[in-house]
Ligand binder design. Sequence first.
Ligand SMILES: Cc1cc2nc3c(=O)[nH]c(=O)nc-3n(C[C@H](O)[C@H](O)[C@H](O)COP(=O)(O)O)c2cc1C
Length: 102
Amino acid sequence: MPCPDQPFVLVCPTFADGEGRGAVPKQVIRFLNDPGRRALLRGVIGAGNRNFGMTFALAARVIAEKCRIPILYRFELAGTPTDLQRVRDGLDEFWGMTCLTP
Ligand SMILES: Cc1cc2nc3c(=O)[nH]c(=O)nc-3n(C[C@H](O)[C@H](O)[C@H](O)COP(=O)(O)O)c2cc1C
């Protein structure tokens, strides 16, 4: 289990059933069940597949709502080189404007 000791952004895939149940992987739920880790979470990036329609990257939406943090980006599968560049640039910008103290 990762034990972050500074603010972090979570990248999370969605593995839901056809109804959107179980979208957040169990391992991620276990990770976020710890209040100390939750307190350091600043944003979420969702991975998914648009073939799933309404549940595309649903895990990111669930986590954002429950933890009251923003969805910073969503991408499909492993992401394209463009996604990668956007995430890198976006995170640089995000950490530049985010207060790192809790
Ligand atoms: C059983 C299963 C259910 C999935 N359900 C969803 C879903 O509801 N919404 C979605 O956006 N992607 C869904 N996906 C796609 C995965 O989120 C996507 O493949 C993953 O983000 C990329 O990781 P991978 O490269 O390991 O597949 C599902 C994939 C599997 C295997």
